[in-house]
Design a protein around this ligand. Structure first.
Ligand code: AHR
Length: 326
């Protein structure tokens, strides 16, 4: 066919009409998720953040607004208020501590934005202030640790001296893990808490407070147990102890830890950590399930607890550690 000028004009006109039609496709509506994370204090926390980031991607239909509170509750409260102003579809909150959330959660509720608590929980009078909580049972974790210690020291009649390195004060992880140890000390006449130090779940702070405490004693204390409330604290404590001539593991000091990160399990396989209680940070997929239930107008369960296990050096192999995601 010979293309004449009128035909060419008609074709051009058709093409110019067709283009906008193709572009008029409905844009994909992304679900906007505001995440208020505690900080980056530990390897566990970094893995938890990564789990959220790799779950709530644009390809999966989400826009993630991520705020790092740098270990300050005030920063978390400000972040939640910004999410409310931005009218996000859902707020995911990893609360630093348990108390002090009522007002800001009421504001989110009044704005009709559901809040999912991840990892730690909150202490509020009205539990309708959050849609669901997904995390570990920290009391269970602590009880598992002291049950293991109970077995390990059952034949010891003499004194059992304990140094306790606590996590961030007032956080669910600290409260649950500390409560179990404090109860066990009450239940065992020969168990003594020599000191409780705030390690804030970090390696650096734990190293510092442990060095200070050890160096401040008039005589080198006899230590049987160092109960650290996470792996990074255990690393800091082990360093401080070894620098001062203590042996960690075997018949030396029994270091107990929580998280079971790859690095924690490596210390455990080497015998420096005698028991590592798992705390699973990979909660992104479960959080997404709850978001989807909420989006569909459903009611999720109030609490979802992650399944966890205990590790001692005998349970571990290098292969198992290499396969670990975090
Ligand atoms: O709340 C979970 C705890 O917080 C983890 O044990 C610790 O590593 C983290 O920082």
């Amino acid at each position: 066919m010979k293309i004449t000028v009128p035909i060419l004009l008609a074709l051009l006109l058709l093409a110019s009409c067709a283009a906008p039609l193709a572009e008029q496709k409905e844009p994909v509506r992304l679900t906007v998720i505001g995440v208020s994370q505690v900080g980056a204090e530990s390897d566990w926390r970094v893995a938890n953040t990564e789990s959220m980031r790799s779950t709530f991607t644009e390809e999966a239909g989400y826009r993630l607004l991520f705020e790092d509170a740098r270990q300050k509750q005030d920063n978390q409260i400000s972040a939640i208020r910004r999410f409310i102003q931005q009218q996000v579809d859902c707020i995911v909150l990893m609360p630093l501590c348990e108390s002090g959330w009522d007002s800001v959660l009421q504001e989110a509720k009044a704005a009709g934005i559901p809040v999912i608590l991840v990892d730690r929980s909150v202490a509020v009078e009205d539990d309708s202030l959050y849609a669901a909580h997904i995390g570990s049972d920290f009391c269970w974790e602590g009880q598992q640790a002291v049950a293991w210690l109970d077995g390990a020291f059952q034949d010891v009649e003499g004194p059992v001296n304990i140094l306790h390195i606590q996590g961030t004060p007032g956080s669910s992880a600290q409260l649950g893990r500390s409560a179990a140890l404090e109860q066990a000390v009450e239940d065992h006449e020969n168990w003594t808490l020599l000191a409780q130090l705030d390690g804030d779940f970090t390696q650096a702070k734990t190293y510092e407070v442990t060095c200070q405490w050890l160096d401040g004693q008039s005589e080198k204390p006899q230590l049987h147990i160092v109960y650290c409330e996470n792996d990074n604290s255990a690393f800091g404590a082990i360093q401080a102890l070894e620098e001062r001539g203590y042996t960690c593991g075997g018949e030396g000091v029994r270091v107990v830890s929580f998280d079971a990160t790859r690095q924690g399990l490596t210390h455990c396989l080497k015998g420096k950590i005698s028991l590592d209680v798992e705390c699973d940070p990979l909660m992104g997929p479960l959080v997404e399930e709850v978001v989807q239930i909420l989006e569909a107008g459903g009611t999720p369960e109030k609490h979802y607890y992650t399944q966890e296990q205990l590790f001692t050096p005998e349970d571990l192999t290098w292969k198992l550690i290499e396969q670990r995601i975090y």
